[in-house]
Design a protein around this ligand. Structure first.
Ligand code: CO
Length: 153
């Protein structure tokens, strides 16, 4: 498995919602494991399924992004609340090698996501973890850090 890089159109396409009722969960778990491997191999802190060649709404987050006990797997994540306060930090992306861009994002978010059994759960987070999750959800919507460039004219 290789990381898809820009300008592959898959990176600019909205990924498909995962319907666990008629989806092969075994296959999905396998994909998640492969994505975690790929992310670690490239020392990434997050990876979205389209970056691994699958147009599906799933992403993995490295435990290091939030001092978590284990890596996070998010299926169909959506942001349900975001803070008014924003900050700007430099971001990179495994699909855009050597590119670093200042990206402004809310500092805090609340997301709703599901696990492999289809159980929904919420997660509230700030700091780096909030930034990484927003970056990965952007990928699921076909958005890249280069789409965040603003021009002051
Ligand atoms: Co990225």
């Amino acid at each position: 498995m290789k990381i898809i890089t820009y300008p592959n159109p898959l990176l600019q396409t909205r990924s498909q919602e995962i319907n666990l009722v008629d989806f092969d969960v075994k296959k999905l778990r396998k994909l998640a494991r492969k994505m975690i491997k790929l992310m670690n191999k490239h020392k990434g802190i997050g990876l979205a399924a389209p970056q691994a060649g699958e147009s599906l709404r799933m992403c993995v987050i490295n435990s290091k992004a939030g001092c978590l006990l284990k890596d996070l797997i998010l299926i169909n994540p959506i942001i349900i609340e975001r803070s008014m306060e924003k900050n700007i930090k430099k971001e990179g992306c495994l699909s855009l090698p050597k590119v670093q861009i200042d990206v402004e994002r809310p500092m805090w978010i609340k997301i709703k996501t599901i696990d492999f059994e289809g159980r929904s759960f919420n997660l509230e987070t700030g700091d780096l973890l909030a930034r990484v999750i927003q970056h990965e959800i952007d990928h699921l919507d076909g958005m890249l850090i280069i789409d965040h460039i603003t021009y002051n004219i």
